[in-house]
Design a protein around this ligand. Structure first.
Ligand code: FAD
Length: 285
């Protein structure tokens, strides 16, 4: 019996969980309750998203500190550079460093429509990674985003791949992928990144399926394809949420098994602030 390389000492795949900061107190309480449940899985880390342009600056900061200090799971803030000045970014980095935060997810971000053109001083995520390294040296583990199906604004796959390589060379330690529902695109991407001479871990971002129309809209907006056979099946369930969730959990669990068998270093779950959908997948693994 040989311990597989991508398993931890409990022979389980390492995991991390992502949350988004909520606007309401009730939403925040649900997030914290979900985090307590997911903490039992002993994740490597939690992460908390950031509204580009600083729309969630304080809420992201407060949620990160609460998860880190009260739920006691190391928590990584996401930080995006479009719409934030270097001074604003510097201040946030200082706050996180002083609070003992050691990991950060560095992104370009997308300004919400209506916020006009990007007003930040840094245009792309590779510039943000460089900036974080200049300002804070090796203090933070830096995660960046990866796009197995190419970023929606990329002119082509090759250019996007080269832009990913820039982020790694600028000092990123690890990457988390955009959601996808096709394991082959992940393996192809990892293979191409390795051939380009980059060896940082590339962690699949896993989106549990719990509804159809919202997921289809979101997947479209970030350039992730829902294969036709999955779409057709989900569509056929209409409003039957139980069937959507049962089928979705089966499909995503199967994909996760393939990813683990193929050597994915860990799994990062887009929890949507709910514990159960990620747990259902983990129970199947
Ligand atoms: P970049 O790596 O900068 O790439 C953006 C585009 O520009 C790509 O098309 C790329 O090919 C091109 N490009 C990159 N560098 C250069 C360069 N030097 N010169 C020319 N072209 C270049 N968004 C949020 O607003 N908040 C979040 O918290 C958040 N969390 C996320 C977490 C994960 C794991 C992922 C995968 C995405 C997340 N996003 C978040 C979405 C992300 O901000 C968007 O996908 C955004 O459009 C791109 O961000 P990036 O960091 O990948 O950008």
């Amino acid at each position: 019996w040989i311990q597989r390389q991508n398993m931890n000492s409990n022979n389980r795949i390492p995991v991390s969980f992502e949350f988004f900061p909520t606007k309401t107190e009730a939403g925040h309480e649900k997030l914290i309750a979900a985090a307590h449940v997911l903490a039992e899985q002993k994740p490597e880390f939690f992460s908390v998203t950031y509204g580009a342009g600083g729309s969630t600056r304080d809420r992201t900061l407060n949620t990160v500190l609460q998860l880190d200090q009260q739920v006691k799971i190391p928590t990584a803030p996401h930080l995006s550079c479009v719409g934030d000045s270097k001074e604003e970014l510097r201040k946030l980095l200082d706050q996180y460093r002083e609070a003992g935060i050691r990991r950060i997810v560095a992104l370009r971000g997308d300004l919400p429509s209506g916020m006009g053109r990007a007003s930040g001083e840094l245009r792309y995520a590779n510039e943000l990674v460089e900036f974080i390294r200049e300002e804070t040296g090796d203090h933070f583990i830096i995660e960046v985003a990866a796009y197995p199906e190419a970023h929606p604004q990329a002119r082509n796959f090759e250019e996007d791949l080269q832009n990913f390589v820039r982020k790694a060379k600028a000092g990123a330690d690890s990457a988390i992928t955009q959601l996808f529902f096709n394991a082959d695109c992940y393996f192809h991407f990892v293979d191409r990144v390795r051939k380009a001479g980059v060896d940082i871990p590339i962690v699949p971002g896993i989106m549990p399926i719990t509804n159809y129309s919202g997921l289809a809209r979101f997947a479209d907006s970030c350039g992730a394809e829902i294969p036709r056979w999955i779409r057709k099946q989900l569509e056929s369930y209409g409003d039957d949420t139980a069937s959507i969730t049962a089928f979705g959990t089966e499909v995503v669990s199967d994909m996760c098994r393939r990813l683990i068998d193929g050597g994915a270093p860990s799994l990062h779950f887009y929890t949507m602030n709910q514990a159960e959908s990620s747990l259902a997948i983990l129970r199947n693994l």
